[in-house]
Design a protein around this ligand. Structure first.
Ligand SMILES: [Zn+2]
Length: 215
């Protein structure tokens, strides 16, 4: 019987090695961002390894300091939805610098492309969210119920704004404690006929919301 020495394959690659390689590859291609395909063809590691290490491809690009969204023609709805998520998560009006936050799906570029300035982006979002005519009940489900379970983006924003992005029960706010997560709660449960309406929704933190559902 013969023994053969098999060198251990280097299976682990550090985040730092990946980041360096991403930057070098982008530099080599003379680009501010690279797609997964470009990286597959020009980089040293597997693009799926990169995504896995950082959660998503965009997170890896962001960590490398590269532009992380080369998507064009992103709908206003998606740009606004991202703003609302940030607003909800932070408990205050987002700043341009918050776009580098992990929870932001987009960088500055798509907002600049679409709205030129950050102020303009926020103004457009607020005007759009506050457009009364568009808050009418949507998602008709059946005759008994007028509204679907999930509030529209506008309705979510209106309720959160009315409640000052603060838990109605305990007063917790992500503005003071970033670990606080806000939820919209049906005061009369949706399953018991409560509507998804401005009047029947309130802002609760995840703790109070959980406490309520356990009652
Ligand atoms: Zn609470």
């Amino acid at each position: 019987m013969q023994f053969e020495f098999i060198p251990a394959r280097k299976t682990t690659v550090s985040k730092q090695e990946i980041l360096d390689d991403l930057r070098n590859t982008a530099k080599k291609l003379d680009k501010e961002t690279i797609t997964q395909k470009e990286y597959r063809d020009n980089g040293s590691y597997d693009d799926t390894t990169v995504s896995r290490k950082f959660g998503t491809w965009n997170q890896a690009l962001k960590a490398a300091g590269l532009q992380f969204s080369n998507e064009t023609n992103i709908s206003d709805e998606r740009l606004f939805n991202n703003l609302l998520n940030l607003w909800e998560h932070l408990g205050r009006q987002p700043r341009r610098s918050d776009l580098t936050n992990d929870i932001s799906e987009f960088s500055q570029s798509p907002y600049n492309r679409r709205f030129q300035t950050w102020t303009n982006a926020l103004q457009n979002f607020v005007a759009w969210a506050n457009d009364e005519e568009l808050i009418a009940p949507e998602n008709k489900v059946d005759i008994k119920k007028k509204t679907g379970r999930d509030p529209s983006l506008r309705l979510r924003f209106k309720v959160l704004q009315r409640d000052s992005f603060t838990c109605k029960q305990c007063g917790a706010s992500p503005a003071k404690d970033p670990s606080i997560e806000l939820h919209l709660d049906h005061i009369v449960p949706w399953s018991k006929g409560g509507e998804t309406s401005y009047e029947n929704l309130q802002t609760l933190c995840s703790k109070c919301n959980l406490g309520k559902s356990n009652l």
